[in-house]
Write a protein that binds this ligand. Structure first.
Ligand SMILES: [Zn+2]
Length: 276
């Protein structure tokens, strides 16, 4: 009996080790190894599905000028991400007319910006900082990594495209885990924070993307300084789990020379761009 138990335990361990070996991916620019057993196409399908649900649920911005401005910056930064890291996303941008400082990029390149974020950005380069950061989360597959961790913790081995398909319209636990992991928590009340590692990584990669897009990467530091100076009560949802201001600024200052090299080589330079 003991013999059998020991054997099944060893087999289980082997399966776990093999899964970890197979499921390890490398994050661009940071070189960090990540555990991610979510296939990219499944993750992108989840992102697309969540995006179309959001389009129905959230009020669209009707101000064409605002939409054009956000689209312009988002398109430049996503193009830079494609040129640098080739995620091959089907990019889409949606602007939600709500006065909350929120923005995210779902797996597969579905960018959502809330009009409430605009009061903090000051100029196109400030907006490009936020776009770069959110796009970096998607390209670095932080959602897949977080989902893998959460599913493993919850003992769920696969989700595939079955997620969201509840006949009674209610969310089951598996779906809640997935939605939280994808960063949609703010809109459905299940918030699963990105880790510090993810945040610092997104700052780093995002700064490279904004520089490649032709925006002055030193503005990333100024944007976060502006953020640091605002009264954080209540803390904006998308900021609440981020690293401390000092940590973030130190990180961005350290990375500035690398981003500046990329900016110097950019074909078109917009500097700070238009004021917003
Ligand atoms: Zn973030």
């Amino acid at each position: 009996m003991d013999h059998v138990v020991r054997h099944s335990w060893i087999i289980q361990l082997c399966i776990i080790v093999m899964t970890l070996v197979v499921a390890c991916a490398t994050v661009p620019h940071s070189g960090r190894k990540q555990l991610n057993f979510m296939p990219d196409k499944d993750l992108d399908a989840l992102g697309a599905r969540a995006y179309s649900e959001l389009l129905v649920r959230e009020p669209s911005c009707e101000d064409q000028e605002v939409k054009d401005e956000i689209n312009k910056v988002a398109n430049r930064v996503s193009k830079a991400a494609e040129e640098m890291d080739h995620p091959g996303f089907d990019w889409k941008v949606h602007v939600v007319d709500r006065d909350i400082p929120n923005a995210f990029c779902l797996p597969g390149g579905k960018i959502v910006v809330y009009t409430g974020i605009l009061r903090y950005v000051k100029n196109e380069a400030g907006l490009a900082t936020i776009m770069g950061h959110e796009i970096a989360h998607a390209v670095a597959r932080h959602g897949g990594e977080r989902l893998s961790q959460q599913l493993a913790l919850n003992g769920i081995s696969s989700v595939g495209s079955e997620i969201f398909r509840n006949k009674d319209g209610k969310l089951d636990n598996k779906t809640k885990v997935a939605i939280g992991a994808l960063g949609l928590g703010a809109t459905i009340g299940v918030l699963l924070p990105y880790s510090r590692t993810h945040e610092m990584e997104a700052d780093r990669i995002g700064q490279l993307y904004m520089a490649k897009a032709g925006y002055d990467p030193s503005e990333a530091i100024h944007l976060w300084e502006r953020m640091a100076s605002i009264d954080k009560h209540p803390i904006p949802v998308w900021l609440s789990t981020h690293p401390t201001d000092q940590e973030r600024l130190r990180n961005l200052k350290e990375l500035l020379p690398e981003a500046t090299k990329i900016y110097d080589k950019a074909t078109i330079k917009y500097g700070l761009g238009e004021p917003i």
